[in-house]
Design a protein around this ligand. Structure first.
Ligand code: ADP
Ligand code: MG
Length: 243
């Protein structure tokens, strides 16, 4: 049985001049699931995410997030909705000139009104969740790539979002560190019952984490299914993903 969708994208179109990036793109993210989206670079994944959170306007199509039609929201309503979506951007995307503590406080100060004590508590809880309690006063440059990714994940989670979007969470990490990040993502999923949209090129990540997958194929076509069915498909366009 499928739960309610937390994201619904229907018939999304987006072009830049003659370049047709998204053509009749559809996606549903169901509550509590890990949906993996795979596609070649340039296939429109980031454009899709930008449309999804209202940072870019689609040419055509309907997008609903947590029951709200995003094209009908006022700016303040859109800002409010964005606090319910956590992002892990490609790379670590921490603020280099801020300490770990300041990086984690940033979304809290911007979007919520907590006492200093509560803010400190939330920062410490977030660091404990990613297994890095002792990094609070360090600068990002003092951390390894894997640690930076963990801190970025802690920051993405600090407002306790209902949905998390991961853009290439394991890219640029060695296989062991990548595996640690995947395990962490799975623990977070369990602990907070978030719904996750995971954009990745990493077949191992997809195998371990996905409940369902969408592949963006050549010619704006796409395939949907579980990992096992897609990974054993005879369709040459689909096979190309699992090489
Ligand atoms: P990816 O799947 O790698 O995330 P993107 O969604 O970033 O791909 O980009 C899809 C295509 O759209 C690319 O060809 C990119 O050059 C183009 N594109 C993205 N944003 C813009 C923009 N603001 N103006 C013009 N072209 C863009
Ligand atoms: Mg991208």
């Amino acid at each position: 049985m499928k739960s309610n969708p937390v994201i619904t994208i229907n018939h999304l179109y987006k072009s830049f001049g003659k370049l047709e990036v998204l053509k009749d793109f559809n996606l549903k993210l169901f509550e509590g699931e890990n949906l993996v989206l795979m596609g070649k670079s340039g296939s429109g994944k980031s454009v899709m995410i930008k449309c999804l959170v209202g940072l870019m306007e689609a040419d055509k199509g309907d997008i609903k997030v947590l029951g709200k039609d995003i094209s009908k929201l006022k700016q303040n309503e859109l800002d409010e909705l964005r606090t319910k979506i956590g992002f892990l951007f490609q790379g670590s995307a921490l603020y280099d000139s801020m300490t770990v503590r300041q990086n984690l406080e940033f979304p809290l100060r911007r979007h919520s009104h907590n006492t200093e004590k509560k803010t400190e508590e939330l920062v410490k809880e977030a660091l404990a969740n990613v297994g890095l309690p002792d990094t609070i006063d360090l600068m990002p440059a003092e951390l390894s790539g894997g640690m930076q990714r963990r801190i970025a994940l802690a920051r993405a989670l600090i407002l306790k979002p209902k949905i998390i979007i991961y853009d290439e969470p394991t890219t640029g990490l060695d296989p062991i560190t990548a595996k640690e990040i995947i395990l962490l993502m799975m623990n977070i999923q369990k602990k907070y019952a978030t719904s996750s949209l995971i954009i990745t090129h990493d077949v191992d990540c997809a195998r371990v984490i996905s409940n369902r997958m969408i592949l963006l194929l050549e010619g704006k076509d796409y395939a949907e299914g579980n990992f096992k069915d897609l990974a054993t498909s005879k369709d040459p366009k689909i096979k190309a993903f699992f090489k």
